[in-house]
Design a protein around this ligand. Structure first.
Ligand code: RRO
Length: 310
């Protein structure tokens, strides 16, 4: 069974890698992901300057997934750029740098600096962080997104991706797709970031589960799988010529298979990776291969985007 994926002008050895934010804030975590069965590596969303993030507790596990309000804790762009300068691109696993500037200017500064470095690393610009108090998710503001993408095109000469928030209405899928389709070098979109501003309640203590924003935080895991699949399938239809990276609710080969059936080129693992660690990649890949074998599929192209309707 061949799980390799050819996209962005290269072939990577599988279809699974980490969702930005999980196992990717420190260099040793990034290197552990690279050394695992993951097929690529993406770094924690970087801001121009390092951040401590929100007060703890800021991550909470539930039976159905997770809620987080990390608040962009990261080492700062220079740390991840330094890692990208030393990265072993010859290992065949692409390196993605997630960027989440506090302002458009910060994003442009990071993109220009990355461009000047002349590295094969690919930026994934995060339009969807739900957890910085007072900062709305950029992807829900179509005017600001239009302005940002126009500016990214000026600052960055190569291919890039964006991480989108989940959308919940066909009018919003269509409006966003129309904006994204104006940018030929926007090569891929990752769907979805966490479902923002959920609220987990503990009955015993009669309290919220995390401290920031009075308990509001981004949901991941089982909660988000159907929303993630809807976003992958809708953008797969609406963005011809672009790739979709599926993210949301992947914990076994079955959910990874669902994402690819819905149109995903590659699949990221977030909450499950947080709970299980990088051994998850080999397990999920083996489960996917077994599922494909049972269905008579030999490669991902045999079923990608072929989800049937009734
Ligand atoms: O750091 C976070 O709180 C965070 C980010 Br930047 C994001 O994009 N998505 C998320 O669930 N948490």
């Amino acid at each position: 069974i061949d799980l390799s994926v050819t996209w962005l002008g290269q072939t990577m050895p599988g279809c699974l890698y980490n969702a930005s934010g999980v196992w990717c804030r420190e260099e040793d975590e990034l290197e552990t992901v690279r050394a695992s069965a993951a097929a690529a590596v993406i770094s924690k969303s970087a801001t121009l300057h390092a951040r401590e993030g929100n007060p703890e507790p800021r991550y909470y596990r539930t039976a159905l997934g997770s809620i987080n309000s990390m608040g962009l804790p990261n080492r700062g762009f220079a740390y991840y750029l330094d890692y990208a300068r030393r990265y072993d691109y010859g290992c065949g696993k692409p390196l993605f740098l997630s960027l989440s500037g506090m302002t458009l200017d910060d994003n442009l500064t990071m993109l220009r600096t990355l461009a000047a470095a002349g590295l094969p690393a690919i930026p994934e610009i995060n339009l969807s962080c739900p957890n910085v108090p007072g900062k709305p998710q950029l992807g829900y503001d179509f005017v600001a997104t239009t302005e940002a993408l126009n500016a990214f095109d000026q600052a960055w000469p190569g291919r890039y991706g964006v991480k989108l928030p989940p959308y919940f209405d066909p009018a919003h899928f269509a409006a966003m797709a129309e904006i994204l389709n104006r940018h030929p070098r926007l090569a891929y979109v990752t769907c979805i970031n966490s479902i923002g501003n959920g609220l987990v309640v503990d009955v015993d203590s009669e309290a919220v589960a995390i401290k920031p924003k009075d308990g509001l935080g981004g949901l991941g895991g089982d909660y988000v799988l159907p929303t993630a699949l809807a976003n992958v399938r809708e953008f797969y239809r609406l963005l011809p010529g672009k790739d979709i990276v599926g993210c949301g609710g992947v914990k076994s080969g079955r959910e990874a298979f669902m994402h690819i059936l819905a149109g995903a080129r590659a699949v990221q693992v977030g909450t499950c990776l947080y709970h299980e660690g990088p051994a998850a990649f080999a397990r999920i890949a083996a489960e996917m291969a077994e599922l494909m074998r049972s269905k008579g599929y030999r490669r991902l192209d045999d079923f990608r985007g072929k989800l049937r309707t009734l």
